[in-house]
Ligand binder design. Structure first.
Ligand code: SAH
Length: 213
């Protein structure tokens, strides 16, 4: 598969759709217009790549809906150079968007098959993340902490303590919390280390799982 003017046209349409749905951050929209989402998926899914829908990748997992990716990214307020931890690499699409915004991206995936595939797909696109790992997101990434931003892209039953600890003072974390449906939480840590939490609507994610497969 290649990236063609047709794909660019579909991406521009998707950006328009996301704007209509309320995404306002022009840098986030620009990144979505730039990342060839269809190249992070199996070729059978190419026709769906620029619809604003989630759909299966492998191992019973899904790639998040572009609206959700844009919404979470917008809440994170990424600045170039930010050190960002992502839990749930999945297809690598969200990680690619963060990278496009100039972040130093560290990402963890608990299903080996997905970790390997995302690595291969991102390499093909010439996208070099700071770190891609196969492991358990509940533990975060103690070796590389603290992070300016943390994004969780699976449904967490609660906010893991390790992630709060690994967030820098002045940092922001976006995490969907809940069982059947999830409340999107923005957790901020002020310069004194005090935690604040705000709610940003309901979403549906695949569950964040405890053990490695
Ligand atoms: N960000 C992804 C969306 C992935 S869906 C994308 O852009 O495509 C959520 C992912 O979280 C799945 O791939 C799932 O395997 C992974 N996941 C679930 N529990 C996890 C855990 N404890 N640690 C790391 N990844 C986990």
């Amino acid at each position: 598969m290649r990236d063609t003017p047709m794909h660019q046209g579909l991406r521009n349409k998707l950006v328009q759709e996301l704007q209509n749905k309320g995404i306002t951050d022009s840098k986030v929209l620009k990144a979505i217009a730039q990342i060839p989402r269809h190249l992070l998926l199996e070729s059978a899914f190419e026709p769906h790549a620029y619809q604003d829908k989630p759909f299966p990748i492998a191992a019973g997992q899904t790639i998040s809906q572009p609206y959700t990716v844009a919404f979470q990214t917008q809440l994170l307020e990424i600045h170039p150079g930010d050190k960002v931890l992502e839990i749930g690499t999945g297809s690598g699409y969200q990680a690619a968007i963060l990278h496009q915004l100039g972040a130093q991206v560290y990402t963890i995936e608990r299903i080996k098959e997905l970790y390997l595939k995302a690595k291969q797909h991102l390499e093909k696109l010439g996208i070099r993340l700071k770190y891609m790992g196969y492991g358990d997101g509940y533990k975060g990434l103690p070796l590389y902490q603290p992070f300016d931003k943390i994004i969780v892209t699976a449904a967490a039953p609660y906010v893991p303590d390790a992630l709060i600890e690994q967030l820098k003072n002045g940092g922001r974390m976006v995490i969907p919390v809940g069982e059947k449906v999830q409340e999107m939480l923005l957790i901020t840590k002020d310069l004194n280390g005090n935690i604040n939490e705000t709610k940003h609507g309901l979403f549906r994610f695949v569950p964040m799982l405890k053990n490695k497969d």
